[in-house]
Design a protein. Structure first.
Length: 218
């Protein structure tokens, strides 16, 4: 089984289950035109996040790592009109592209993109209304720190999703050669030690290769 097959199956499933969507297509086009890396979640993964937010009845969502707002739009569309999504992005150019995409999708009233290092922006969210769902998808070495914040900022019963946990299977390599992989191993050890959290990891293949995500409930 090859990348070609995984991509073909993702394309087939997306054609069947994800109707043509001008706002999402414009988002990916704007990201490419602006030279942003093509590392957003895939269409089926975006819809998965959207469904998860609907299943859990999420009203408040936190995203760490906005890029062009592709996953942001999928998640924000699951929220009620008075819902709120806060998305944290380090790169001001990414945030500008994302804000334009979010505006085009008609979601500016729901989404708040904040620019800076997530680790510097997270403390300001403390003491506010807790989040129902957190999606962690930024710089991989900091994942454990973001998970600590997610534990603090998410309500009991809330859900945390962490992207890019498996990394082509490298997660089983204990050598620490890749700091992104090392970051995920550190995060998984922390997850395993946290009595408030119950989590699993699902391995995935698709247009984005072989990877996986952690799904956690508090
Ligand atoms: N969630 C997006 C993809 C995010 S890619 C989607 O699926 O559509 C990861 C993003 O995290 C990039 O835009 C990168 O600029 C941002 N990032 C990297 N380091 C960061 C940091 N320290 N704080 C906040 N964002 C960061
Ligand atoms: C990368 C980051 C991601 O969030 C992702 O889903 C895939 C790749 C990266 O930094 O290479
Ligand atoms: Mg990712």
């Amino acid at each position: 089984m090859t990348q070609e097959t995984w991509t073909a199956v993702d394309d087939y499933l997306a054609r069947l289950l994800i109707p043509a969507d001008p706002a999402l297509e414009a988002t990916q086009r704007a990201a490419a035109d602006a030279g942003l890396p093509a590392i957003s979640v895939s269409a089926p993964q975006g819809k998965f996040l959207h469904l998860l937010a609907r299943i859990t009845g999420a009203r408040r969502v936190l995203e760490i790592g906005t890029l062009a707002g592709y996953s942001t739009i999928w998640l924000a569309r699951a929220l009620p009109p008075d819902g709120r999504l806060v998305s944290l992005e380090f790169d001001p150019k990414h945030a500008d592209v994302a804000r334009a995409n979010i505006a085009r999708a008609g979601l500016s009233a729901v989404v708040d993109v904040r620019v800076g290092r997530a680790i510097d922006l997270l403390p300001a969210l403390d003491g506010g209304e807790p989040f129902d769902l957190v999606f962690i998808d930024a710089d991989k070495p900091s994942t454990t720190e973001y998970f600590e914040w997610a534990l603090k900022l998410t309500r009991p019963g809330g859900v945390i999703v962490v992207d890019n946990v498996v990394r082509n299977g490298e997660v089983v390599d204990p050598s620490g050669r890749d700091e992104a992989v090392e970051g995920m191993r550190r995060f998984l050890a922390r997850l395993a030690s946290e009595p408030r959290a119950s989590g699993t990891v699902i391995q995935t293949v698709g247009a984005k290769g072989y990877d996986g995500f952690a799904l956690i409930v508090l």
